[in-house]
Design a protein around this ligand. Structure first.
Ligand code: ADP
Length: 400
């Protein structure tokens, strides 16, 4: 069974083609297009490339196309993306303007181009379906809550991968199996004592931190929208709700101005005034740019704040995991985030940390009660596995 995973950005299309033949999980092809102005043409080019490279002989060789969809009104989990589902995604475009519109238009283009092929979305919110209600509720009036104004949590595919892989690496096959079965049984598969407590730090263009107990998320730093939690590349992160009306009145901004500035001109870029890429921000800070240094300090401060929150909630910690572009590659930031936590049982090994880039590794010292690990994430594999599971169950429709 060949499953194509399409990662849709507003100006990009990246893909991976998985083959599950013979019980294996093989990546047959990996590619991408940047500066895309027309997703239809990009899909055409993707399919042509897969044929040229011999990954498929015909479009019909692709059993399904899977998407790491962001959020939809009244819908989560792993579902067939029929027009009802796509319209539910579209209804949330204003909450995720940097992410949802690209999926809405891209999925519609795939539906036009490959009408007989199942299109399936694993929503980024899916991993948090079993988080405690108190962790997901905002203290807003009930009507707001019913309108969908609550914490949803995102980066679900990435944190789910970390839940599973960290348990495997820590020798807890029981917990790994619970994480694997999560979307089937909601986390009810049995596990041994003691509980496995993991904090997963996905630090990249978007960043989020999740607490995971026995393979199941207990919350996520991202809330209603992907503009919350830690500061992101150019998106704001957590902000007091009264800041928007205050900025509108005192700076004379329109609602659209506020949306644009919070979604495109904030985060690392907004504070540093330099770039939305942490490499540039670090380089500028190294040359004495105080605003760039402050952007890094804010990022580290917020990461530590969320780690602290989950440390308390989990009543201790077995492993702190770093993943994604920054988490996998930026040793200095990992070091800054883990600074002075020896009293909580967390001791980084400076040489292991400095020597680790984009590979699985333990970077804490041998005598550290809490293991600190780097685990490269694999979001596409998580999506492909769930799409396969859905196809194996007989391709139910949304209403099944
Ligand atoms: P996205 O959330 O868009 O998928 P990534 O996970 O690739 O983004 O993370 C992007 C961030 O990670 C950027 O700030 C970039 O500087 C940093 N980053 C990504 N890859 C590397 C690398 N190989 N070396 C250093 N930093 C990297």
């Amino acid at each position: 069974m060949k499953i194509l995973i399409a990662n849709l950005g507003s100006t990009s299309l990246k893909w991976r083609l998985f083959d599950f033949a013979g019980g294996r999980e093989t990546v047959l092809h990996k590619g991408g297009l940047e500066r895309v102005t027309d997703h239809g043409a990009a899909i055409e080019e993707c399919l042509a490339t897969l044929k040229e490279q011999g990954a498929i002989a015909a479009d019909a060789d692709i059993s399904a196309v899977g998407f790491k969809t962001v959020l939809a009104k009244g819908l989560s989990g792993c579902v067939r993306l029929d027009e009802v589902a796509v319209a539910s995604m579209e209804a949330m475009n204003a909450v995720a303007p940097a992410h949802n519109p690209a999926y809405v238009s891209g999925v519609r283009q795939f539906a036009r181009r490959m009408p007989g092929t199942p299109l399936v979305g694993l929503f980024e919110t899916a991993f948090y379906q079993w988080a405690p209600e108190a962790a997901m509720r905002y203290a807003v009036p009930q009507k707001w809550h019913e309108a969908g104004i609550r914490r949803w949590g995102f980066h679900g595919a990435s944190h789910k991968y970390i839940a599973e892989r960290s348990a495997e690496l820590l020798g807890r096959e029981d917990v790994a199996e619970r994480a694997r079965q999560l979307y089937v049984d909601g986390g009810s598969s049995p596990v041994r004592e003691p509980a496995l407590r993991v904090i997963s730090c996905h630090l990249g263009g978007s960043s989020s931190i999740t607490g995971i107990r026995d393979g199941v998320a207990i919350g996520n730093s991202l809330g209603l929208s992907p503009q919350s939690g830690l500061p992101h590349n150019n998106r704001v992160g957590d902000l007091d709700a009264m800041a928007v009306p205050f900025a509108m009145r005192s700076l004379g901004l329109s609602l659209e101005d506020c949306e644009r500035q919070l979604c495109k001109e904030s985060g690392l870029f907004g504070v540093s005034g330099v770039s939305n890429d942490i490499r540039d921000v670090q380089a500028a800070a190294g040359q004495g740019n105080a605003a760039a240094q402050l952007a890094l300090d804010v990022f580290v401060h917020e990461a530590r704040r969320w780690i602290g929150a989950y440390l308390v909630e989990l009543n201790g910690l077995d492993a702190l995991v770093f993943t994604a572009g920054i988490g996998e590659n930026r040793a200095e930031l990992r070091e800054a985030i883990c600074r002075d936590l020896e009293h909580l049982g967390l001791r980084l090994d400076p040489d292991r940390n400095a020597g680790t880039r984009a590979v699985e590794a333990v970077i804490s010292s041998d005598d550290s009660p809490v293991k600190v690990m780097v685990i490269p994430t694999n979001e596409e594999l998580v999506v492909a596995r769930e799409v396969k599971r859905l196809l194996d169950r007989g391709q139910p429709t949304l209403n099944d």
